[in-house]
Design a protein around this ligand. Structure first.
Ligand code: PAP
Length: 339
């Protein structure tokens, strides 16, 4: 691997700021040769506009990302202090990335700092998406991140390699009807033309990418009950009601609680202001540019940022169908989205 000397840096630093002299020259890890054979042997389901899903270890995933997952499972090496953010899609990932980054980086970058990385970069450029990094054989970039590292995954808890499952993990999820609405808008904006009913079918069948949804949330829910010091279970709706409490909770959980002096200086509130929907949406780095494997426009990560938009999109009958399907699967777990 091409070496990048980051020994003088203290993390977290924005992933995009890792200054590879020549990205094109960066030596990438060779693909796992057996991965293609494994993918070919998995149950498949083609849906919507040619979306090929594969069922890997009980989880439906885009066939194209499975090799990255296999590589991650085989090669990821954790470090003390690593922090993992996890979420189903369209559930508050962008927000939890920015809040966690701002909370952990506040000693180098106070939230009011004009040169704060979140004022010029999209949150997805600050916190890497692990599946994508491994898919491209770019784990050297993760290695180069100074500790403490913050990383993100959409994987189920059951798919995490053992060393990753031991990291401090913050899982955020969202009421599924709002998640579906958000997903549908996002896909359409990206030019993936799913009808609304197709997206509903995917979710209710459990055959969405990283589905079933209920297994996704239950894995982290149960882990948070067994290891409350290791897994923090956060809900998007609660963050919206009281973001400052969420930030305080993040600080305590991650071992960087806010001191009395920081509280007096209203730092948790300042972090919430920096990461608020309105601030983020108005920043240049979020109004322009694109990110990731599918070149999603940064703008498309900021749509409405509210609770209950589903009432504007689905009939009561469809809403009941989603509620019933999900609640049946969650029964007895203590987790619910309908009360
Ligand atoms: P991802 O899975 O593609 O990363 P994710 O960030 O999880 O997306 O979800 C996007 C949703 O979070 C959007 O919801 P909406 O479509 O219902 O509007 C987006 O608006 C919302 N969102 C993004 N940033 C914030 C924020 N700072 N505060 C509140 N909501 C936010």
């Amino acid at each position: 691997m091409a070496a990048l000397d980051t020994s003088c840096l203290v993390g977290p630093v924005a992933f995009k700021d890792l200054n590879w002299k020549d990205e094109g020259e960066m030596e990438t890890a060779p693909p796992d040769e057996s991965a293609d054979d494994i993918v070919a042997s998995l149950p498949s389901n083609t849906t919507g506009p040619n979306l090929e899903l594969r069922q890997y270890q009980g989880v439906w995933m885009l066939g194209t990302v499975v090799p990255g997952l296999i590589s991650l499972q085989r090669h990821f090496r954790s470090r003390p202090g690593d922090v993992l953010l996890a979420s189903p899609v369209k559930s508050g990932t962008t927000w939890i990335k920015s809040l966690t980054f701002a909370t952990m980086a506040r000693f180098s970058y106070p939230p009011c700092a004009a040169d704060h990385p979140l004022r010029r970069l999209n949150p997805h450029e600050c916190v890497p998406y692990m599946e994508e990094v491994f898919l491209h054989g770019q784990e050297a970039k993760l290695e180069a991140l100074p500790s403490p590292r913050i990383m993100h995954t959409h994987l189920h808890y059951s798919l995490l390699p053992r060393s990753l499952a031991k990291c401090k993990t913050v899982f955020v999820c969202r009421e599924p009807k709002d998640m579906v609405v958000s997903l549908w808008h996002f896909l359409n904006r990206a030019g993936v033309n799913f009808s609304f009913s197709e997206v509903i079918e995917l979710i209710c069948d459990g055959k969405n990418p990283n589905g079933p949804f209920w297994d996704h949330v239950l894995g982290y829910w149960r882990a948070s009950k067994v290891r409350p010091d290791g897994v923090l279970f956060v809900r998007y709706e609660k963050m919206l009601v009281d973001p400052v409490s969420t930030v305080r909770e993040l600080g305590r959980f991650l071992g960087v609680p806010f001191s009395a002096a920081e509280e007096a200086a209203e730092l948790p509130m300042e972090i919430c202001k920096l990461c608020s929907f309105d601030t983020m949406r108005g920043l240049q780095g979020n109004k322009t540019g694109s990110t990731g494997e599918f070149n999603f426009a940064h703008q498309s990560y900021f749509r409405k940022g509210i609770v209950g938009d589903w009432v504007n999109h689905m009939t009561p009958k469809t809403a009941r169908r989603i509620d019933t399907t999900v609640e049946e699967k969650l029964r007895g777990s203590g987790l619910t989205f309908t009360s």
